[in-house]
Ligand binder design. Structure first.
Ligand code: KMH
Ligand code: ZN
Length: 276
């Protein structure tokens, strides 16, 4: 077993700043958070941005400024969310690639998302996968349900490998409407990856809310990587709100060391993922 790639997802599109004051929503807050998380062992930052009103936005100018600032102030791999918020139109989600990040997310199917629907039509997935390759951006395929692994297998067989040739997936577990955030489900999803995807495919995992710790521990044990952050987790322990993204990255890095799989340096993560 090698080191652990730790990705931080600091903001997301679902929580309101008024409900969660520690959520980084300004560019300064995001960059400051990213720097501190890098120092604690993160190698990738998964970015959703907010507008001046602190609401989620896919404004291209702001996205470009964000990528530039993260590149200037950190050495992190910059991954933009192409998922945005559930209300974002497909055209805006595709335009995210014009901000030229190192990576972008690519969700592998439609899923109920709490009371909402996170829509990802097949034609949209094909378009996003193709544009990512044309733009030389490495995808992170987001897997909200086990069937999404089979969809990814179909995508790769019909439309070819992504830019760089390496396949990396992220299990987003415990979303109400998606796969459960349990060790058993993670093992089943990892089996599907081994059965259906190229042999060197890597996976990371995150568990939403109270599934955070079981998913983190199961992924470490199953040779997976980790995503942590306030996009997914707002409670550190029962009755104890998360204070910062750094608190979550520090916990993940400590557990990774305990598992004899210490945080992977950024340069190693770039090589693993095939980032240009
Ligand atoms: N905010 C969710 C609707 C992604 O970043 O690509 C979608 C999401 C996945 O967070
Ligand atoms: Zn996201």
């Amino acid at each position: 077993m090698g080191g652990t790639l730790i990705m931080v997802a600091p903001t997301g599109a679902e929580s309101k700043k008024s409900d969660v004051p520690a959520l980084p929503v300004t560019l300064a807050e995001l960059v400051g958070t990213a720097k501190e998380c890098e120092a604690l062992g993160a190698s990738v930052v998964h970015v959703h941005i907010r507008g001046a009103d602190a609401e989620p936005t896919l404004d291209l100018g702001r996205l470009k400024d964000t990528v530039a600032a993260l590149r200037a102030e950190t050495n992190l791999i910059v991954q933009l969310s192409s998922g945005g918020a559930v209300t974002d139109p497909e055209s805006d989600r595709l335009r995210v690639l014009e901000a030229e990040p190192d990576m972008a997310s690519c969700t592998m199917g439609t899923v109920n998302f709490g009371d909402d629907v996170f829509m990802n039509r097949w034609e949209f997935i094909v378009e996003l996968h193709t544009r990512l390759r044309d733009a030389r951006i490495v995808p992170e395929y987001e897997i909200f349900d086990i069937g999404h692994v089979a969809s990814l297998s179909r995508l790769l067989h019909k439309h070819g490998l992504p830019y760089g040739g390496h396949v990396h997936v992220d299990f987003v577990m415990g979303v109400p409407g998606g796969m459960a955030g349990t060790a058993q489900t993670l093992v089943a999803a990892a089996h599907e990856v081994r059965n259906l995807l190229p042999p060197d495919t890597t996976f990371a995992a995150t568990g939403i809310g109270r599934t955070t710790l079981p998913v983190l521990l199961a992924s470490l044990a199953a040779d997976g990587h980790l995503r942590v952050g306030m996009e997914d987790t707002l409670t550190y322990a029962k009755g104890q709100p998360v204070e910062s993204n750094m608190q979550l990255v520090a916990r993940a890095a400590g557990l990774a060391r305990l598992a004899q799989r210490p945080p992977m340096p950024v340069a190693e993560a770039r090589t693993l993922l095939g980032i240009r």
